[in-house]
Design a protein around this ligand. Structure first.
Ligand code: NAP
Ligand code: MG
Length: 399
């Protein structure tokens, strides 16, 4: 059989721990036998980030801007314990944070639904897609410790005029933080959400806390509303979907009561937290896909979960693990499909679809990783737990 040819390379961002192990197996077992895989490889494993003073992360984001499509493995965001474990020169920032800030995008997280796995909220019949603004707020904040004294927020305009606001008069120790966002980034976040909702024919809900954060969150609300009225209202009405703005607390309650089938646009922090809740409620963190879409049409695909450290420590002791590779497989299929669409390679698009179908039917026919076994209930099918490699081989058989 001739392998499927590619034209433009994918930007491949390798990562850490258990997902780094799965990464290699996915390529060997599921992709390379069928596709003449072309990638430009960046090793974002923590050791290499340390060796290059994190330049490799920046380089991989630059390459993503150049080629347009990247696929990323989960990576460690170092904390104090990791600095010691890996003898790091410093506590590097989150690679995802660095990449998001450079691409200024929106992250869409959608669960992979499988017949046989009922969400913890059984009324959720359709996917809830979280659209996370991936720029600014606390992820680009400046914070520090305070002692007895006064914290002020100073803004200097381009003519040197200063506006000073008192944040707090401290009579003892405390903490302060200042954060920002830009109208440009908020507007591209809004357009990315409106476009995605239109593409998927799903209603869009957007939430902030503008009753408390009147200027900051109020600005988000206004930009969304203006763009909707001027550019999207007619299109939404034409396909019969709604745009709704409401408070974050209200939307949390509505989401729980809904049957899904919604795109929920969240500010950066809300999206970070809520996507983990939604993913878990759909069954497993390992069944959540994630794609970063930049305003100039650059795509970076990844799994929503982390490097699955606990499984990795077992793996290095020589034990078998049943770590779920599904979200990482869907990162690859998403990236290959997009590459196929952009380069006009229908065979590559078709392969990506087959790979996803084979993955889902493997589970639906009862072969799955340990995390799913306890969740799976389907008449006439007894779920069987496979280790990661055997699960990948079971998928390969079906491609
Ligand atoms: P995690 O790697 O997502 O794992 C948390 C737990 O969720 C696991 O211990 C496991 O539960 C379960 N789980 C997650 N993915 C799974 C999978 N594919 N198959 C089976 N079970 C899975 O999160 P973490 O332990 O908080 O973080 C570990 C490292 O990942 C950290 O260094 C963090 O910085 C990094 N991280 C990276 C990203 C990213 O690159 N996008 C995102 C989040 C975290 P059991 O142990 O109960 O089996
Ligand atoms: Mg999170």
């Amino acid at each position: 059989m001739d392998k499927i040819k590619m034209i433009t390379p994918l930007v491949e961002m390798d990562g850490d721990e258990m997902t780094r192990v799965l990464w290699q197996w996915i390529k060997e077992i599921l992709i390379q036998p069928f596709v003449d895989l072309k990638t430009e490889y960046y090793d974002l494993g923590l050791k290499e980030r340390d060796n290059t003073d994190d330049k490799v992360t920046v380089d991989s984001a630059i390459a993503t801007k150049k080629y347009g499509v990247a696929v990323k493995c989960a990576t460690i965001t170092p904390n104090a314990q990791r600095v010691e474990e890996y003898s790091l020169k410093k506590m590097y920032k989150s690679p995802n944070g660095t990449i998001r800030a450079m691409l200024d995008g929106t992250v869409f997280r959608a669960p992979i639904l499988v017949d046989g796995i009922t969400p913890y909220i059984p009324t959720w019949k359709k996917p809830i897609v979280i659209a996370r603004h991936a720029y600014g707020d606390i992820y680009k904040a400046v914070d520090g410790k305070a002692t007895k004294g006064k914290a002020e927020l100073v803004f200097t305009d381009e003519n040197g005029n200063k506006t000073i606001k008192t944040v707090h008069e401290f009579d003892g120790d405390g903490v302060v933080m200042a954060m920002h966002n830009t109208d440009k980034s908020i507007a591209s976040f809004a357009r990315a959400c409106f476009n995605y909702a239109l593409d998927m024919r799903l209603p869009l809900w957007f939430s902030t806390k503008d009753t408390i954060s009147k200027i900051y969150d109020g600005n988000f609300k206004k930009i969304f509303s203006d763009i909707y009225e001027n550019e999207y209202k007619e299109k939404f009405e034409k396909v019969g979907i709604e745009y709704m703005y409401t408070l974050i607390d209200d939307v949390v309650a509505r989401i729980v009561r809904s049957e899904g089938g919604i795109v929920w646009a969240c500010k950066n922090y809300d999206g970070d937290v809520m996507s983990d809740m939604v993913a878990t409620a759909y069954g497993s963190l390992a069944m959540m896909t994630s794609v970063l879409v930049s305003p100039d049409g650059v795509y970076e695909y990844e799994a929503a979960h982390g490097t699955v450290t606990r499984h990795y420590y077992k793996y290095i002791k020589g034990e078998e693990t049943s770590t779920n590779p599904v979200a990482t497989i869907f990162a690859w299929s998403g990236a290959l499909r997009k590459r196929g669409e952009l380069d006009n390679l229908p065979e590559l698009v078709d392969f990506a679809n087959r790979l996803e179908k084979a993955t889902i039917s493997t589970i639906e026919e009862g072969e799955m990783t340990g995390d799913l076994v306890g969740l799976f209930k389907k008449d006439g099918v007894t779920p069987k737990k496979l280790n990661s490699k055997d699960f990948l081989k079971a998928i390969a058989k079906r491609i």
